[in-house]
Design a protein. Structure first.
Length: 434
């Protein structure tokens, strides 16, 4: 190797390491009063969460709040594993289920910015199995007809959940059950996601594209699309293009065994019953096979595990307009496009719309909950939730592991307590950090 090539290689490695260190810089910790919040009132949030644990409605949880780019609250309550008396720590790792969708949606937009796809294009341009799709139309009883879809499904349809694809429900639910494709849990599957998606394409969907907001496998299909367009397995794409650049080092599709001691246990809370530890094994209401198992199916809709620290980094990138500590993943234009309503009134939640991967608040009064117009977020099946409020420069990530979570009202209480702790409104929106 000549001296010039060696020098160039050394510079490249140094730049790579410097970028990695920069992107992994931790958020500074602020006294709440320094960023317009009340320490006393945030204490009410801790008290409320501890009461849920004491009452046996939660085993444990971690909540992180960022305001104006600084951590104002980062608290763990209860137990990571109640039966083993393992106390919850703030670095606990959680199954985040549908919070995976946001990362995959960002990945799709990154590929659009690179000219490798366009969200207005038919999915079939990249995944030929979707060239001719069908819809199940109910008849009397359990009978149904299969008709050709009224138009091709686009990538935008998948991002907005208006492709008509459910989690195996609808008139043709029996066909989905026979194909053993129902529900969002994929960790037990011993096949690559692309094979599962090709089988999904052959089944009758719930509605025609653009006809209704139908929650289901759309983002799993986007995961297969990312694999096809990028030429990388989804887990590698997410790691190389999103989580590593953002310093999200505890976000994985399947947990390394060396981190299994940090994984929070799953609990079931059924109406009228006490909180019980979920059984071992595969399934939506079990501990799942996120450490031991096939480790082959990378579900773009529900496959990731993460921490509140990691997920707030991802959300701060979005709040900053696509960048974090000098690492640019998306343009501000793409972030803005993702976080406005694309579905009109198809999304039925009062005061809310749906963007490219997120719900979006359009009318605070109609929604009946504190927040701001333009706020965006979502949650996961294990009863986690998150939101970003650009007006208040506020990020909230709340992770717990309860499924089902019958009768739990913690999400609405958390929201009310957090907004009541804001003592100083943000007078203006700062320019995105570059």
């Amino acid at each position: 190797m000549n001296a010039c090539r060696l020098r160039c290689l050394t510079i490249a490695i140094s730049l790579f390491l410097a970028t990695g260190l920069l992107s992994a810089q931790e958020f500074s910790r602020a006294i709440p009063e320094e960023v317009g919040m009340s320490s006393e009132r945030l204490g009410y949030l801790t008290t409320a969460l501890e009461e849920y644990v004491a009452e046996g409605r939660l085993a444990g949880a971690v909540t992180t709040i960022i305001r104006r780019g600084q951590v104002v609250y980062n608290e763990a309550v209860g137990y990571r594993d109640r039966e083993e008396s393992e106390v919850m720590q703030s670095n606990a790792i959680f199954r985040i289920a549908s919070q995976t969708k946001a990362l995959v949606s960002v990945g799709v937009m990154m590929l659009q910015e690179e000219g490798l796809l366009h969200i207005s294009n038919p999915v079939a341009s990249y995944l030929p199995a979707f060239t001719e799709t069908t819809v199940g139309v109910a008849r009397e009883g359990t009978e149904y007809d299969v008709v050709k879809a009224n138009r091709p499904i686009t990538i935008r349809d998948l991002l907005t959940h208006t492709a008509g694809i459910s989690y195996g429900t609808g008139a043709a639910g029996s066909a989905w059950a026979a194909a053993e494709i129902t529900g969002w849990y994929f960790a037990h599957r011993a096949e690559p996601i692309r094979l599962t998606i090709d089988r999904i394409a052959d089944l009758p969907f719930t509605t025609h594209p653009g006809q209704a907001w139908v929650y289901g496998y759309s983002t799993d299909i986007l995961g297969a699309l990312v694999e096809e367009v990028s030429g990388m397995p989804l887990d590698e794409f997410i790691k190389d293009r999103i989580t590593d650049p953002l310093g999200m080092h505890d976000t994985h599709f399947y947990l390394p065994p060396s981190k299994s001691h940090r994984l929070a246990a799953v609990y079931n809370l059924r109406r009228g019953e006490t909180l019980l530890r979920a059984p071992e094994g595969p399934g939506m209401e079990t501990q799942g096979q996120y450490v031991e198992g096939p480790r082959q199916s990378f579900s773009g809709g529900a496959g990731l595990l993460s921490t509140t620290r990691d997920y707030t980094r991802f959300l701060q990138m979005l709040l900053n307009g696509g960048s974090l500590n000098g690492t640019q993943l998306l343009s501000t234009a793409s972030v803005n496009l993702m976080t406005v309503n694309h579905v009109g009134d198809l999304y039925r939640a009062p005061g809310m719309g749906f963007g490219l991967g997120f719900s979006v608040r359009e009318d605070v009064a109609a929604s009946g909950a504190p927040g701001s117009i333009g706020e965006f977020g979502w949650g996961g099946a294990y009863h986690s939730t998150y939101w970003v409020d650009p007006v208040e420069q506020l990020i909230v990530v709340y992770l717990t592991q309860v499924i089902p979570a019958s009768g739990l009202d913690d999400h609405s209480n958390i929201r009310s307590l957090i907004y009541s702790a804001i003592t100083e409104q943000t007078p203006f929106l700062p320019a995105p950090q570059r």
